[in-house]
Design a protein around this ligand. Sequence first.
Ligand SMILES: [Zn+2]
Length: 66
Amino acid sequence: MIVQCCVCGKIRHDARWIIPTHQQLKNEQISHTYCPLCAHKTITEYRKNRTLLLSPIIPKTTPQSC
Ligand SMILES: [Zn+2]
């Protein structure tokens, strides 16, 4: 079975991630995952987006005046 990165399409070959040839993908069961590079990118993006999403929820410290 081939393990393929779902972002960049590279496959794991021994301990390395390489761009697959058509022959390597032919008649193979493919399991999708993230290669270390895309995993790092995805986590970084996720953290950035999460910060953006959470920022409007932070309560304002300015007191209301009557
Ligand atoms: Zn990748």
